[in-house]
Design a protein around this ligand. Structure first.
Ligand SMILES: [Zn+2]
Length: 373
């Protein structure tokens, strides 16, 4: 399926996005509420009221999930982390926090605040239901459903399997006790996978008991938990591997530089065609001045190549992303992704000492993964 996300607004400087999968679940929630849940509970309501309350309840449900993610994000920002965006998916939301927390206590706070928020909102709707139950049936019906769903959301997220909030809490606790993040992640992931298997087992049990729709849902949630646990663990491993390697180890020192005084014609004839490279660092006496690539050359009409110099079309040094030899793997990946470039000049004191290609980083990860180290 094609995945698309739309930006619907900005809160506290965080982009709020919705994934296309969310629209499906949103329509399904409205459909279930207005077409089945409210008509069963309140058969005497007119159809328009079922749909009105159904849509308003769904919107508030949507707001509750967003509030849960905002709670995580606000605590993260308070701890000095950068939160770029929140994306609402089929199963809730994901807040994109730039870095993983560096202390167990920070992670604990950041993780627990989401379910706490859902719990508080759930209790608040419970109180609203209690106060309005003899005053207004539509309002108390809405409050009752939102109380239930928010408490469910809190409990589901508290399941102690990484990368759910409860799993992050578990990881923070083990991490705090043992001082070993890798061990903590592994144990919390095992817990997540174990719980996922229990879900799938329970779902299968339901199917054999004849309740195949409930069973399928439970199996589906189990499958979701299992894949989330596995991919969460892989991400942690990748981040860890990248933390150990330095730009100086990955870069290649075998590269050709060109002079800024070269004409484009010389560049194409003597470098691009012969060396089969698409871009070249421009350097003068070892000092990096910029990068010129085939794309820059194409911006100039063919007949002007003979008298246009490389320095006139190159991307100048000040506009380039560069790394120093001591930068670690995650910094390298962040720089590569920041401008979506294929290679980075490795610079030390203004001198160009190497070139680092995206493929070098990927190759390193591939080899490390294959060796299982
Ligand atoms: Zn959460």
């Amino acid at each position: 399926m094609m995945r698309t996300t739309w930006r619907i607004g900005k809160i506290f400087g965080i982009d709020i996005n919705i994934d296309s999968s969310w629209l499906i679940i949103f329509a399904l929630v409205i459909w279930t509420l207005a077409g089945s849940y409210f008509p069963q509970q309140y058969p005497r309501w007119p159809t328009w009221l079922h749909w009105t309350v159904g849509v308003v309840t769904s919107l508030l449900f949507f707001g509750s999930v967003l509030g849960h993610e905002l709670a995580h994000s606000v605590v993260a920002i308070g701890q000095g982390e950068e939160v770029r965006s929140i994306t609402l998916f089929i199963f809730g939301g994901v807040a994109r926090i730039a870095e993983e927390p560096d202390e167990p206590l920070k992670e604990l706070l950041m993780a627990i605040v989401g379910p706490l928020f859902s719990l508080v909102i759930g209790v608040a709707f419970g109180v609203l239901w209690f106060l309005t139950r003899s005053l207004s049936q539509p309002l108390s019906a809405l409050a009752r459903y939102l109380a239930m769903i928010n408490v469910t959301l809190a409990l589901f997220n508290l399941i102690p399997g990484f990368p759910l909030d409860g799993g992050r809490v578990l990881r923070a606790l083990i991490w705090g006790l043992s001082g070993n993040l890798k061990l903590a992640t592994r144990l919390a992931t095992w817990a997540g996978q174990g719980i996922a298997f229990l879900f799938m087992l329970g779902g299968t049990w339901q199917i054999f008991g004849g309740r195949w729709l409930d069973g399928l849902w439970i199996i589906f949630i189990g499958w979701f938990l299992h894949s989330a646990a596995s991919s969460g663990y892989r991400q942690v491993l990748v981040r860890e591997m990248l933390g150990e390697v330095r730009a100086g180890d990955l870069m290649s020192a075998d590269f050709a530089t060109v002079s800024g005084d070269l004409t484009l014609e010389q560049l194409v004839d003597e470098y691009v065609l012969r060396r089969r490279e698409h871009s070249f660092p421009v350097a003068d006496g070892g000092l990096l001045q910029g990068i010129v690539c085939l794309h820059d050359v194409k911006t100039v009409p063919r007949e002007k190549w003979a008298y246009t110099r490389v320095s006139e079309v190159m991307t100048p040094w000040a506009e380039l992303e560069t790394v120093s030899p001591g930068d670690d793997g995650s910094t390298i990946l962040a720089r590569l992704n920041a401008r979506d470039v294929r290679q980075l000049p490795v610079v030390e004191g203004g001198r160009l000492i190497g070139l680092l290609r995206r493929s070098d980083v990927l190759h390193y990860l591939e080899v490390r993964t294959a060796l299982g180290t």
